[in-house]
Design a protein around this ligand. Sequence first.
Ligand SMILES: Cc1cc2nc3c(=O)[nH]c(=O)nc-3n(C[C@H](O)[C@H](O)[C@H](O)COP(=O)(O)OP(=O)(O)OC[C@H]3O[C@@H](n4cnc5c(N)ncnc54)[C@H](O)[C@@H]3O)c2cc1C
Length: 286
Amino acid sequence: MSSSTGRQFSVEFFPPRTAAGEEKLDEVHGELARLNPDFFSVTYGAGGSTKQGTRQIVLRYKAAGSCVAPHLSFGGLEESELEALLMDYKSAGINRLVALRGDIPSGMGSGRQHRYANELVAFIRKVTGDYFHIDVACYPEIHPESKNYQSDVEFFKRKVDAGANSAITQYFYNAEAYFRFVDYCAAQGITIPIVPGIMPITNYANLARFSANCGAEIPQWLSRRLEMFGEDAESLRDFGTDVVCRLCEQLLDGGAPGLHFYSMNLSRNVTQIWNNLSLAERRLPA
Ligand SMILES: Cc1cc2nc3c(=O)[nH]c(=O)nc-3n(C[C@H](O)[C@H](O)[C@H](O)COP(=O)(O)OP(=O)(O)OC[C@H]3O[C@@H](n4cnc5c(N)ncnc54)[C@H](O)[C@@H]3O)c2cc1C
């Protein structure tokens, strides 16, 4: 389904580390493919650790008829290796990428220098021209390594100026943070679509740990409510789904150009949110 005139709805996977995980992801992909998302994306370990895993999943789901966007970073790769990977994707008919600096794995530090995402976008454009649609990451609550709000948006703008077509945000639970960010970006001349990243709520301990690492805030009222559910995973899930659906409603009503779901390789929550929101009907221009 084309997203050129309407909103775009997409779903993210990570490459499983085991054969059982892969089998399960195949099922999840099959279930979510029925929702007909505009594309699936598949994450990439910045140290190159999941290079083959990412490629394998991307090519498999592409062959199954899905539009799939690999995530990509320089990580530990030489330019020639990265160019070969780009050509490989191109020859498989992949035409969309998510370009990142990536998280720097511990132990990667010394010899290799990490390279910022704007350099990667420039490299992709240099090697493959306008062939790929390039998404980049951005942070309504600001990247945890950033000096301040202003510099983070300046660096985001470098990615756009280097040739990014659209952006996907880190997840957040505060719609105001997103709208203020989009307004501030527009004032700085960033006009590409900024699609909110949405994290369904399934497990409070995991979410809290993950959020602390990536700098996404769980508002206090929300963490206190989630804590109340203790071991009652079903009630937490129901409550979390309600919260996330309401967030998505606010975002779409306020003009967000789509939604990108961090599925965590699970189908149930994404499917429920998707159906509750009737996303299939919301693709048309508002
Ligand atoms: C949608 C999305 C998908 C993701 N997928 C993955 C994935 O597949 N694999 C993975 O490992 N991680 C992934 N991440 C996490 C991401 O890699 C981390 O947040 C990482 O720390 C930053 O990546 P970036 O591409 O935003 O980096 P950049 O845009 O390069 O920014 C990194 C930091 O450096 C600053 N900065 C940028 N350019 C410069 C510069 N020229 N000079 C000085 N400072 C600069 C920025 O302000 C920021 O603080 C994803 C995040 C999002 C939002």
